[in-house]
Design a protein around this ligand. Structure first.
Ligand code: BGC
Length: 500
């Protein structure tokens, strides 16, 4: 194990938690010190971002067509844990497609059978009809091979909740048009189409006795699942390949729904924020601190100037931001990293997986960091010096800390929007703050589940934004299997509406 180098005072502003190597050459130190401020988020900047978030919430709740879509889901309440029934769930949203059979037991518990199916790049980027056919085929295969229910033994159609984790402008629980693809999907002839109908058509072409009764965003599924298993939930959020949040809003505060027959009786509705699109209008009101590394990522992406917030914080993009930084350091004259040597992983667009950053940050000693860097970047161990290892760790920590703090701003915005907390430094809100009690936030996704220090960093931002009392009252809990269970709970709600 190589010894951890001694601290070096002059590089204090750099963030890496391992002491700075004393032998960091001057030109390297200066370059790192020039990069670091671009990633720094002061408390004031975070407050400004959260304030801007709240502004975009208002806009999205008032009008259709806003970048932060604030989508009414037609889900009018959260479960209490007593719900029962068996439903199918289909979940498309990231790397895999999942088909599940969910049995809600009515005592806050559930049983789940599931099967994952790979979604190839060809399916993600080909014709939508092929993607939806593949989904129907997967449900068919699941019913034959895994499910306990036999569709041929049933008199009625099996009810399915469709967790489709992309921005869908819903017009009813089971109806909604895809606004845009995100997370690397670009299948043709889907945007502008009703995705519930596309799926149903695929089932019908196969004469399957399955009825899609609800389209569910994964954040909504997370919110519903957390409420079902834990009894209460204020926000369901995903910090994974993509990012987003869903919360319960008073219908009276959703002006764009005024006059809609579905809300004649007032009450509450779950809103899918689509917060990944926050600050899409960059250039007009840029509040996110874009660095040249972010700009490069955006320019080279398949959705330029879209999902602006998501590109700062989600798992799909963080590895790519890091790759952009590392390549700049490799190409620097004189080289700052790996003596100017690159690797196939470093040279490939999206070649650096965010999981590598996670390994680098998880390593406890500089020797372990070296091993993680060498394995993750595909470089021989002897090409990675202690100094290289330290610099990669420094950069990973910087990118991931910014991501987690921005995630904290999104959570804070919901606490303020729902009048559970006050944004520090912005005066008293018009309405009184509810006595906090415990505020439950259900979360899911690879960043929050696996990335080291993610919650701790998110919380440090939350404290700066809403104060220590509200931060402490916020209980963040994983809602495992949220997509499947949430889809089942929405299918149940749809069934009740159908039979009412
Ligand atoms: C999608 C959201 C989704 C989030 C997390 C985003 O890219 O637009 O609908 O909830 O990813 O999966």
């Amino acid at each position: 194990m190589s010894p951890v180098p001694k601290p070096h005072e002059s590089v204090e502003p750099l963030v890496a938690s391992l002491p700075t190597p004393a032998d960091l050459p001057d030109y390297a130190r200066k370059t790192l010190e020039a990069i670091a401020p671009g990633f720094k988020l002061t408390d004031d900047r975070l407050r400004e971002i959260t304030h801007s978030f709240l502004h975009d919430f208002e806009l999205g709740l008032s009008k259709y067509g806003e970048p932060m879509a604030m989508i009414p889901t037609y889900v009018t309440g959260v479960p209490n844990g007593k719900e029962t029934g068996t439903f199918l769930a289909l979940d498309l949203g990231g790397t895999n497609l999942r088909v599940c059979e969910v049995k809600l037991l009515g005592n806050h518990k559930f049983e789940l059978r599931q099967q994952k199916y790979k979604v190839s790049d060809t399916l993600k980027t080909g014709e939508a009809v092929a993607l939806f056919n593949y989904m129907a085929d997967s449900v068919d295969a699941f019913l034959t091979e895994r499910a306990s229910i036999d569709p041929n033994q049933q008199n009625e159609d099996l009810l399915l909740g469709f967790t489709f984790s992309f921005p869908v402008e819903q017009t009813a629980l089971a109806r909604g048009e895809l606004l845009t693809w995100t997370k690397g999907f670009s299948a043709k002839n889907a945007v502008g189409h009703d995705v519930g109908q596309l799926l149903q058509d695929a089932f019908d072409r196969r004469h399957m006795h399955v009825k899609c009764v609800a389209i569910v965003n994964d954040t909504v599924g997370t919110l519903m699942t957390r409420a079902y298993t834990g009894g209460d939930c204020l926000l369901g959020s995903i910090f994974g390949t993509g990012t987003n949040g869903a919360y319960v809003e008073d219908i009276s505060r959703i002006p764009k729904l005024a006059g809609h027959p579905a809300v004649a009786n007032g009450g509450k509705m779950v809103i899918n924020c689509e917060w990944g699109a926050f600050n899409n209008t960059a250039g007009l009101r840029t509040v996110l601190p874009s660095t040249p590394f972010d700009n490069k990522l955006d320019r080279e992406s398949i959705n330029v100037r879209k999902q602006a917030f998501e590109k700062f914080i989600s798992g799909m993009y963080q590895g790519e931001i890091l790759r952009n930084i590392l390549l700049t350091l490799v190409d620097h004259q004189p080289p700052i990293l790996f003596k100017g040597e690159s690797s196939a992983t470093l040279n490939k667009h999206y070649g650096l997986d965010t999981a590598v950053m996670s390994d680098v940050e998880n390593a406890q000693t500089l020797a372990d960091v070296r091993t993680a860097v060498s394995a993750g970047l595909g470089l021989p161990l002897e090409s990675v010096s202690d100094l290289d290892a330290w610099i990669v760790r420094w950069a990973a920590e910087m990118v991931a800390t910014r991501a987690a703090k921005l995630s904290g701003a999104a959570v804070a915005a919901i606490l303020v929007q729902t009048r559970h907390a006050r944004l520090q430094g912005y005066g008293d809100p018009a309405e009184p703050i509810k006595t906090p009690g415990v505020m439950h936030v259900g979360v899911d996704g690879s960043m929050v589940e696996f990335y080291p220090h993610f919650e701790e960093r998110l919380r440090s931002a939350l404290r700066a934004l809403v104060g220590e009392e509200a931060e402490k009252a916020t209980k963040i809990g994983m809602a495992k299997d949220g997509s499947g269970v949430g889809a089942a709970l929405c299918a149940l709600q749809a069934m009740k509406q159908l039979t009412a």
